[in-house]
Design a protein around this ligand. Structure first.
Ligand SMILES: [Zn+2]
Length: 304
């Protein structure tokens, strides 16, 4: 119907759901308590998701009507824990720790990319969008196919240097810029206050960033999250994705870190409703240039 895949993973219904902090599986293992990470302290930890949507086990395939394809959901799902501090968040981590996170993302994208055609690091943040564990963490999915939306973006970038042009002409869409990275609201933002962090130099993914580029990206990312947290006076629920070149587009795709905030006003969430769900057309209540202007005025502070 839509030329895209849907992944079914019935086993995920049983996953850990909002446990009390004392039972957090992502906290370091200490005397008398169990967890996923067998260290008393750590900086960043990566391990396989115990409730994967994609795994090399795959599953039995159903019998389907003619014209509908099915395939085993082979792939990898990893968990990336950003800190051993249960109460931390991306906005409270030091620039150095976030730079290390870029290094971790790069290493995993490179390793998983050898086996799978597309790798997506991401973070879902906030109970409002279905987060089931509060400990600061993200995930990495390695897909057995190039997702349709990613392919469209990659084809657009292969046809013309969309991101390079955007970086050269950001103008009033710019939130903050450093020598090696820029934070901006894209002129095609789908969510209010959507924020992208881009390296100025072309790079297909975090694995291609230099040490100083990782530092610049990290600094802008931490500051972007703190701005969004300050926008309505409460932590912003958001989806953060690290968009990397899918297989076959490594020479044209310019990476981006994209934050899609889910609160559009105090106490009001952005829902995907009739027009978005029924037609795939996003309606936004705030113009990208107005969102950028507002974000520029907010304090971005330093990590706590
Ligand atoms: Zn924890």
């Amino acid at each position: 119907m839509r030329g895209e895949w849907v992944a079914y993973a019935g086993a995920r219904q049983g996953r850990t759901f909002l446990p009390a902090a004392s039972f957090c599986p992502l906290c370091p293992v200490a005397e008398g308590r169990l967890g996923e990470i067998p260290f008393r302290t750590f900086e960043i930890a990566v391990f396989e998701n115990r409730f994967p949507a994609f795994s090399d086990a795959g599953g039995a395939l159903p019998v389907l009507p003619p014209g509908v394809e099915a395939a085993p959901a082979k792939g990898r799902c990893e968990v990336v824990v950003f800190s051993d501090d249960h109460r931390a968040a991306l906005g409270t981590l030091s620039d150095d720790r976030i730079a290390l996170l870029f290094e971790v993302w790069g290493a995993r994208v490179e390793a998983l990319g050898r086996e799978y055609p597309h790798v997506l690091p991401f973070e879902n943040r906030g109970e409002e969008i279905g987060v089931t564990l509060h400990h600061p963490h993200g995930q990495i999915y390695a897909f057995p196919f190039i997702p349709a939306q990613v392919r469209r973006a990659a084809e657009a970038q292969a046809a013309s240097p969309v991101i390079g042009d955007l970086l050269r002409h950001a103008g009033e869409l710019e939130i903050e810029a450093l020598d090696e990275a820029v934070a901006l609201v894209p002129p095609f933002a789908m969510y209010p206050y959507e924020t992208w962090i881009l390296p100025r130099r072309w790079a297909p993914g975090p694995q291609a960033l230099s040490g100083s580029e990782r530092q610049a990206m990290a600094r802008l990312l931490g500051r972007a999250v703190r701005r969004l947290d300050g926008l309505f006076g409460s932590p912003m629920p958001y989806i953060l994705t690290v968009q990397c070149a899918p297989r076959g587009f490594e020479d044209s795709f310019h990476m981006s870190v994209e934050i899609r905030p889910f609160r559009r006003d105090s106490g009001k969430l952005k829902y995907l409703a009739g027009v978005e769900q029924g037609a795939g057309v996003f309606l936004a209540d705030i113009l990208p240039e107005d969102a950028a202007a507002r974000l520029r005025t907010l304090p971005a502070g330093g990590p706590a």
